[in-house]
Ligand binder design. Structure first.
Ligand code: FE2
Ligand code: FE2
Length: 139
C-alpha cells in the first residue's frame, strides 16, 4: 500500500464515522417530520421537511463525491453494491419531490403512505451502507 493509499484509507474511515453520525441525525429529523405532519402542524411540517430534505440531499452528495468514487477505484467487486447505492439516491431524490408537493399543499393524509415507504427505504439503505463503508459500522 502506498502512502497515498494509506492516507485515503484513513480519510475514508474518518468520513465513514461522519456518515454514520449523519444517519443518526437524519433518523431524528425523520421522526420530527413525522410527528409534525401526524399532528397536522403545517408550519412545523414545512420547516422539518426542509431540514430533512436539505440534510438528505447534502448527505447523498457527500457519499457520491467521496465514498462511492474511492471505493469504486479500490475494489471492482464493490461496483454492483455502489451502483445500487447511487440508484437508491436517485429514487430518494424523486421521492423527496413527491413529498415536497404534499408538504407544500398541506396534504397530510396524502403524505402518510409515501413518507412511510421512503423512511423504510432510507433506513434499509443506511444499514446497507454502514456494512459497506469503512469506519461506518456500529459494531
Ligand atoms: Fe446513501
Ligand atoms: Fe448514507
Amino acid at each position: 500500500m502506498t502512502t497515498e493509499d494509506h492516507g485515503l484509507s484513513k480519510r475514508l474511515v474518518i468520513e465513514g464515522r461522519r456518515i454514520a453520525a449523519q444517519h443518526a441525525r437524519l433518523t431524528e429529523l425523520w421522526q420530527q417530520f413525522v410527528a409534525a405532519f401526524e399532528g397536522e402542524q403545517l408550519e412545523l411540517t414545512r420547516l422539518t421537511f426542509r431540514e430533512l430534505r436539505d440534510g438528505l440531499l447534502a448527505h447523498f452528495d457527500l457519499e457520491e463525491r467521496l465514498q462511492i468514487p474511492a471505493l469504486h477505484g479500490a475494489d471492482a467487486g464493490l461496483r454492483p453494491a455502489l451502483a445500487r447505492i447511487v440508484a437508491d439516491h436517485t429514487r430518494f431524490r424523486e421521492e423527496l419531490s413527491v413529498l415536497e408537493r404534499h408538504v407544500e399543499a398541506g396534504a397530510f393524509e396524502a403524505l402518510r403512505g409515501p413518507a412511510a415507504k421512503m423512511s423504510e427505504g432510507v433506513a434499509e439503505h443506511e444499514d446497507f451502507e454502514e456494512k459497506l463503508f469503512p469506519g461506518a459500522s456500529k459494531s
